[in-house]
Ligand binder design. Structure first.
Ligand code: PMP
Ligand code: GLU
Length: 393
């Protein structure tokens, strides 16, 4: 075997795998509705695309930039933080990179020594655990349940804490559950982390996608002590519909940030220069399209959630943010004679043409994930097919 143990032990991203499978079946001519990958279905707003085009035309996009990102991008990120987080940042507190996904990996590489533990509340986004393992850390899963709205408590975290615990990862609003931690809950977790010297990794990427009067509190905005302990990861993929541009960034402690920048400099070099110009315009330009897209997601959620609740055996909490529904399908599986959620998801695809993501990769063996970042008619048709499938003998 010539392939490394490291890669052999790594899982392929199941979200991307499910999306690729749906695309391949579609290309074969099958009638497939893909609710797999989490990406907005809107084109990137025109003024953002224009900014990148100008940077290409005037030649400024031709060259490398400083590995951690253009000074103008850091200024834009800092003013964005002033508006949405209530504090500003120095340039040495910011590193930009090729998507929030790579930035997360750079973080784990920068802070973990072998055997260091990262507390990851379940259900969790698919890439966290494998990235921690790649950095020779140990993911420690802390189970949340639907009865606690898929949120972990300080008591649970304390029970999981050891002298190897280095990081607590928080993703609120959450992919895949859509749940948001309240200010009080975050304050409790933040103070606990400060007390024990545990770093907080706050993946805030869905922070601007919240619905029906729910609000997002960034944990780093709660107190100076908590902010000192937190690295925030964010990006433009979700809020600005810019998944293809691959722009992510992290902010916080300068020593950790410069270590992440070292990782960037030795792996990807700077984030693609034209994409940096696009991100500057996204963060500094008109924000109307963010609100328009948010409203579209809200309408979809409010339309599709009650319809999904009518599908026999599908039981979902109503999400507060992000763009996923994450129903518990234990009853549906029992009705159809399945015990394994991946096999059940495959059967749904085979029988109905609706592509979902199995909960297995999220640490949730009783759930499936539907992304509602698709048009309303498509979503209605998908749920209609699921209902017909479940009602069929
Ligand atoms: N964190 C979470 C929770 C996500 O869902 C995603 C989506 N891919 C990312 C990070 C990474 O986003 P990107 O790499 O597109 O910036
Ligand atoms: N975060 C998105 C998702 O969960 C994009 C795919 C990925 O990066 O895994 O579907």
């Amino acid at each position: 075997m010539t392939v490394s143990k490291r890669i052999r032990e790594m899982e392929e991203s199941i979200t991307l795998k499910a999306a690729a499978k749906a695309k391949a079946l579609k290309a074969e001519g099958r009638d497939i509705i893909s609710l797999t990958v989490g990406e907005p279905d809107f084109p990137t707003p025109v003024h953002i695309r224009e900014a990148a085009i100008s940077s290409i035309k005037n030649g400024s996009a031709s060259f490398y930039t400083v590995a951690s990102g253009l000074p103008a991008l850091k200024t834009a990120i800092s003013s964005h933080f002033e508006t949405f987080y209530g504090y500003s940042l120095e340039p040495n507190q910011i590193v930009a990179g090729t998507g929030a996904k790579f930035i997360l990996y750079a973080f784990f590489m920068a802070v973990l020594d072998p055997a260091d533990e990262v507390l990851i509340p379940t259900p969790y986004w698919v890439s966290y655990a494998d990235q921690v393992k790649l950095a020779e850390g140990v993911p420690v899963f802390v189970e949340s349940t639907e009865s606690n709205a898929f949120k972990v408590t300080v008591d649970q975290l304390e029970a999981a804490r050891t002298d190897k615990t280095k990081v607590i990862l928080l993703n609120s609003p959450s992919n895949p559950t859509g749940m948001i931690y309240s200010r009080d809950e975050l304050e409790g977790i933040g103070n606990w982390a400060v007390e024990h010297g545990i770093l907080i990794l706050a993946d805030d990427i869905y922070g601007r996608l919240v619905y029906n009067g729910n609000t997002f509190t960034p944990i780093s905005s709660i107190s100076e002590a908590i902010r000192q302990q937190t690295i925030v990861v964010n990006g433009v993929s979700k809020a600005y519909s810019m998944t293809g541009w691959r722009v992510g960034y992290a902010t916080g402690n300068p020593e950790i940030i410069s270590s992440m920048a070292k990782m960037v400099s030795q792996t990807t070099s700077n984030l693609t220069t034209a994409a940096q110009y696009a991100a500057i315009e996204a963060l500094e330009g008109a924000q109307d399209s963010v609100e328009e897209m948010r409203q579209a997601f809200e309408e979809r959620l409010n339309t599709i959630y009650p319809l999904l609740s009518e599908v026999p055996g599908f039981k979902a909490l109503k999400p507060q943010g992000a763009f996923y529904l994450f129903p518990d399908v234990s009853e549906a599986m029992a009705m159809k004679g399945f015990t394994n959620v991946t096999e059940f998801t495959d059967a749904i695809l085979e029988e109905t043409g609706v592509a979902l993501v199995t909960g297995d990769g999220f640490g949730a063996p009783h759930n499936v994930r539907l992304s509602y970042a698709s048009g309303l008619d498509t979503l209605k048709e998908a749920v209609h097919r699921l209902k017909a499938f479940m009602e069929m003998d």
